[in-house]
Design a protein. Structure first.
Length: 101
């Protein structure tokens, strides 16, 4: 049996996770900046691979306000020359309990 406090923390963790539309955004931003690529350039390169996204979409993806499809993640990985799994390494942060952060 869990206490009301524990239940409340779990609930707010779920709310935080649901409000975030993807878990790769922060890593995409990090890789993009390390590669010296602007959001506009990333959007243009994605469009060359037939992925419809504009600079605003890249910004939303990086901030977690827009979901990232599997094909987008694969293309971003290729464009920025980072392993797909590296983009997901930040996922641990989303699954930690608030008291462990």
């Amino acid at each position: 049996m869990c206490s009301l406090g524990t239940l409340g923390r779990q609930f707010f963790s779920i709310i935080y996770f649901v409000r975030t539309k993807n878990i790769v955004g922060s890593r995409v931003r990090q890789a993009r900046k390390q590669a010296g690529v602007t959001q506009m350039e990333l959007a243009a390169r994605l469009q060359l691979l037939s992925i419809t996204i504009d600079r605003s979409g890249v910004a939303k993806l990086e901030s977690g306000r827009r979901p990232a499809s599997d094909i987008e993640v694969a293309a971003i990985s290729k464009i920025l020359n980072v392993p797909i799994l590296w983009l997901f390494e930040a996922a641990d942060e989303f699954f930690r309990r608030p008291e462990d952060r």
